[in-house]
Design a binder for this molecule. Structure first.
Ligand SMILES: [Zn+2]
Length: 370
């Protein structure tokens, strides 16, 4: 077998230290060695959990004992797994098999119980990784129903406008993130400014009308979608949902009793308030997404400028988190400027003084950022 040798970092799951390792895949076995070639681990592929591929993002391989190997060249790992006969990804394959899906649901419930005892963040990460995509999809449906009943309104965009956006997004996704399952939904909100988008568990990406309007549906909108798809591929919303609504409400959502009072709208909106680290990852994904779709990082930078501007005009008091500005916007702008090597082009235009009425259409920022 012509096995590619991949560079990776091994985290043993007990300490924060990382060890440089080599990874090879051959005959459905993944082998981890030291750089000198001493064997460290040798495991059948179907005993591993691998994060979903996303453009050229690093992929993480999780072993049964909790150790993780991060392979920086995610695309090369995807190719090596494909060469070994692993197609869409181990998790996907597992999910297609009923007994495995049930086992994995049971594992999820066990982890949820563990979450009570051992603390939510770690359990949330673990659960989000093992949750079958069908269950994530159900969660996303439940959240969308709740938000539709109390927070979101139908989109006022024309069918033609929506189709244009769908077509442009589909073209870019085909090039840049063909393995990420997603579905676009269009909605509006009464609260202004509503310049925002967010991802729900399972891959639903909700675009608010004002975001589509303020970006003219151009590459800035693609950048925002790339950012949201990063959240999707990394299961950020599932993790945040678990942390935000607590285990009880999470299981309620999971088992389909969507009307349960346990999951309040504020709790669901809190779900969209991702950690700074999650935002950074999604921003990086957006830049990779744009590059893979044949663009520069400029539209991502410009989208963040728009959000910052909208947030400034709207003020943040009293707005739900997803509609308020990100405190770390300067940091995010700097990061995208560096990653995209934008240099001189990496400066936001002077804010437009807008008439009052417009500002109210614009407020929110955050898009997706979230
Ligand atoms: Zn985000």
């Amino acid at each position: 077998m012509s096995d590619a040798v991949l560079e990776g970092l091994l985290f043993d799951g007990r300490t924060a230290a990382a060890t440089a390792v080599r990874v090879t895949v051959a005959s459905r076995v993944l082998q981890v060695t030291t750089p000198a070639g001493e064997p460290l681990r040798e495991v059948l592929l179907h005993h591993l959990v691998v994060t979903d591929p996303f453009a050229n993002a690093p992929r993480q391989i999780t072993f049964a004992d909790g150790a993780v190997v991060e392979v920086a060249d995610g695309a090369a790992l995807t190719a090596a797994l494909a060469a070994a006969g692993e197609r869409a990804g181990l998790v996907d394959r597992l999910q297609q098999r009923w007994p495995a899906a049930v086992a994995s649901l049971l594992a999820s419930v066990a982890l949820l119980a563990g979450a009570y005892v051992y603390g939510l963040p770690a359990a949330a990460r673990a659960v989000a990784k093992v949750l079958p995509s069908s269950a994530e999809g159900r969660l996303g449906e439940g959240v969308l129903q709740l938000l539709d009943g109390r927070f979101l309104k139908p989109s006022a965009l024309s069918a033609g406008e929506r189709r244009d956006v769908e077509r442009r997004v589909a073209e870019a996704v085909r090039l840049a993130a063909p393995d990420v399952p997603y579905r676009l939904m269009f909605r509006s909100v009464e609260q202004r400014p509503g310049v925002n988008a967010f991802a729900l568990p399972g891959g639903t990406v909700v675009l608010l009308d004002e975001l589509v309007r303020r970006t003219d549906g151009d590459d800035r909108l693609l950048a925002v979608v790339g950012h949201e798809l990063g959240h999707v591929a990394r299961h950020h919303s599932t993790q945040s949902l678990l942390k935000a609504v607590g285990v009880g409400a999470f299981t309620t959502l999971l088992w389909g009793d969507i009307s349960g009072q346990a999951a309040s709208v504020p709790a669901l909106l809190a779900m969209l308030d991702y950690s700074r680290a999650a935002e950074r990852e999604a921003d990086e994904d957006a830049v990779r997404f744009l590059h893979a779709a044949g663009r520069t990082a400029q539209p991502m930078f410009d989208a963040l400028c728009l959000l910052a501007d909208v947030g400034r005009q709207a003020g943040v008091d009293g707005l739900p988190k997803i509609l308020s500005s990100h405190p770390n916007m300067d940091e995010r702008l700097a990061r995208v400027r560096d990653l995209g090597q934008l240099g001189e082009a990496g400066a936001c235009p002077e804010p437009d003084p807008e008439p009052e009425s417009e500002a109210d259409g614009a407020a929110c920022e955050t898009p997706e950022a979230e």
